[in-house]
Design a protein around this ligand. Structure first.
Ligand code: G3P
Ligand code: CA
Length: 252
């Protein structure tokens, strides 16, 4: 099966990340799958934003969990971009899903479970989306385990960096291919969505696929690195340059 290209936060190098403008542009440029980050507002709406505070993207310093949907809708997600993106709004999950074409898919990154679960059920029940279109991803082990148990018909991938050390110094791989496969089976999830590093090899793809687990990588913006990821057997590549990477891999 052809590798799937996932538009990270939409066409986020062009439009403001995690906005309807960014996702709509991604679909228009040929995306088959998008990725977005989600939090719960004070009044129980699932909204699309990466950080738990809108400071970086909207210039307002306040926790999302302390804001109502009306207050979040008053934010401008375009303030850090060119003038043309002024007054770009922060969307809800429902609004993001409504941009999806029938063939489209989304990776829904959850920062936590708990109260968000009922809100997820309500959103999913209100639209025509099929479970196979809606995949969950999360870094937190308890979150990804729990969401898979609560939504067994949906795919759930554990997000990990799989390295020792910090962002500046990646150190070494924390889990070997076999250890990673065993860990995913223990978590009860469908696969891994792993940071693309030099120490990812074909052995990871082989060990995961032998255990019937998915092998997904983020965030790959360099076509040469994307080609190497294909060679080692990944199932999807999450990128900020969806059209460029899909074109380089001759997928569109
Ligand atoms: O696709 C996974 C990736 O989005 C995880 O990192 O920080 O961009 O949410 P982050
Ligand atoms: Ca994300």
């Amino acid at each position: 099966m052809a590798v799937r290209i996932v538009a990270h936060r939409g066409e986020s190098l062009i439009a403001p990340e995690n906005t309807l403008e960014s996702f709509t542009l991604a679909w228009a440029r040929g995306a088959v799958c998008i990725e977005g980050d989600f939090h719960l507002s004070k009044d129980g709406e699932i909204i699309c934003m990466h950080d738990d505070n809108p400071l970086r993207t909207c210039g307002v310093d306040r926790p999302v969990s302390a804001m109502t949907l009306a207050e979040i809708k008053a934010l401008d997600a375009g303030v850090r971009k060119d003038e043309v993106w002024k007054y770009t709004r922060v969307p809800t999950l429902r609004e993001v899903l409504e941009t999806m074409p029938e063939y489209g898919e989304i990776y829904i990154e959850l920062k936590s479970v708990g109260p968000i679960v009922d809100a997820l059920k309500a959103v999913f029940a209100s639209g025509p989306w099929r479970p196979e279109q809606l995949t969950f991803i999360a870094f937190d082990e308890a979150t990804i385990c729990e969401v898979k148990k609560l939504f067994p018909a949906h795919k759930a991938y554990w997000l990990t960096c799989n390295w020792t050390g910090d962002w500046q110094n990646h150190g070494e791989a924390e889990l070997s291919p076999k250890e990673l496969a065993a860990k995913l089976q223990e978590l009860g999830v469908d696969g891994v969505d792993i940071c693309a590093t030099d120490f990812l090899t074909r052995e990871y793809g082989d060990a995961l696929h032998a255990a019937n687990l998915g092998f997904h990588v983020w965030t790959v913006d360099d076509p040469a690195q994307a080609k190497r990821m294909v060679e080692i057997g990944v199932d999807s590549i999450t990128t900020n340059r969806a059209k460029v990477i899909a074109t380089e891999l001759q997928l569109i």
